[in-house]
Design a protein around this ligand. Structure first.
Ligand code: FES
Ligand SMILES: [Fe+2]
Length: 361
């Protein structure tokens, strides 16, 4: 296992699984270096227990589910959803210390969220906003991929979409993205990068969408508004509207709008679970389009995955390399500062002393 200090806060909600992944079987997941087992109880609620039996540490995920309880696959100790042992073989008295840790868990926006830190701080109001994933005004679907990189590299990737021109040139990227100016702002837990490209030729993906949904072909005003919510959620408001139809001023009624929803859960310091979805507000009834979009985005993200994993390997080969930040890195820089603040406040340190960020002049 990776031994470098971890750069993720523990006191946060992390997506552990898509809702459909958790059913009446035992699902093992590692979140922030902590192994857990998830399952759905008969009433539908999800439980998340430490994945190690109190008796001899066999992962409970190797056992089986019996009603709402987990039976260890070695000597048969039984645990309920609160992590308490309810049965031991060949003895009637249960050792009162026989329990495993339980993690706060909740289900929202089609994800199962767990809180690996202090349970007393697990406030449901802190679940990141990804409501487009289940809102009836939007049609959405997505996937999860396991990426062999530090989760922050995925955040960096999403905070600067200049890379579209170079990594995704055949689908969503064109030179307009790399050349357009942008504005980066930030709050206490959020950072936003806004980029408008007015009167441009639509890239192939968006040209197809606006043609299909609105019957329009011609120059467009395109937007990308990237909103980061610390520590690891990025919702990107994207779309195009006929050039001059008022989208930059707030009237998107003639355009097509999508949201690229991303939440990236660190498994360890150098692997992560990348959950994403694409939501749209047009042609809502067309399930075929939902499927096509999901598969299309999956192949776009495959391009990112190759870059991110190669980057992670290169970082490990050059442990002393310092990154120089360019103007295009402003959004990622703020995202990292907000992450560092959360990590440092958990360690009781001063946030201003973490990772100096060198500015491009
Ligand atoms: S290791 Fe689980 S019952 Fe013995
Ligand atoms: Fe990308």
């Amino acid at each position: 296992m990776n031994t470098t200090p971890s750069h993720f806060p523990l006191n946060a909600w992390y997506a552990a699984a898509y809702d459909v992944e958790v059913g009446r079987s035992l699902l093992a997941r590692t979140i922030c270096n902590q192994k857990m087992v998830l399952y759905r109880q008969t009433g539908g609620a999800v439980a998340a227990l430490e994945d190690a039996c109190w008796h001899r540490l066999l992962p409970l995920s190797m056992g089986r589910l019996e009603g709402d309880e987990v039976v260890c696959g070695y000597h048969g100790l039984v645990y309920n959803a609160e992590g308490r042992c309810t049965h031991m073989p060949s003895q009637e008295t249960l050792n009162p210390s026989a329990c495993v840790r339980v993690f706060p868990v909740l289900e929202k926006h089609r994800f199962i969220w767990v809180w690996p830190g202090d349970p007393a701080l697990a406030d449901p109001a802190l679940v990141p906003d990804l409501h487009w994933n289940h809102d009836p005004a939007w049609a959405a679907d997505g996937k999860m991929i396991r990426v062999q990189c530090d989760y922050r590299l995925v955040v960096d990737n999403l905070m600067d979409l200049t890379h579209e021109a170079f990594v995704h040139g055949s689908s969503i990227g064109n030179r307009a993205v790399a050349e357009a100016p942008f504005v980066a702002t930030h709050g206490e837990r959020t950072a936003v990068v806004t980029r408008w490209m007015e009167g441009i030729e639509a890239p192939p993906f968006w040209a197809g969408q606006i043609q299909q949904a609105r019957g329009y072909s011609g120059p467009v005003d395109r937007w990308q508004i990237i909103r980061f919510e610390a520590p690891c959620t990025v919702a990107i408001d994207v779309g195009v509207a006929p050039a001059g139809s008022g989208a930059p001023q707030g009237d998107r009624s003639q355009g097509v709008n999508g949201f690229v929803l991303n939440t990236i859960t660190p498994e360890t310091g150098n692997t992560c679970l990348y959950f994403w979805a694409f939501a749209r507000n047009y042609c809502l009834e067309e399930q075929r389009l939902t499927h096509q979009l999901r598969e299309g985005v999956a192949s776009i993200f495959r391009e990112d995955e190759l870059v991110l994993e190669a980057q992670q390997r290169a970082i490990e080969e050059h442990p002393d390399h310092k990154f120089y930040n360019l103007n295009i890195d402003a959004g990622a820089m703020w995202a990292r500062r907000l992450i560092d603040r959360m990590v440092e406040s958990e360690r009781g340190g001063s946030p201003s002393t973490v990772i100096p960020i060198r500015r491009a002049s």
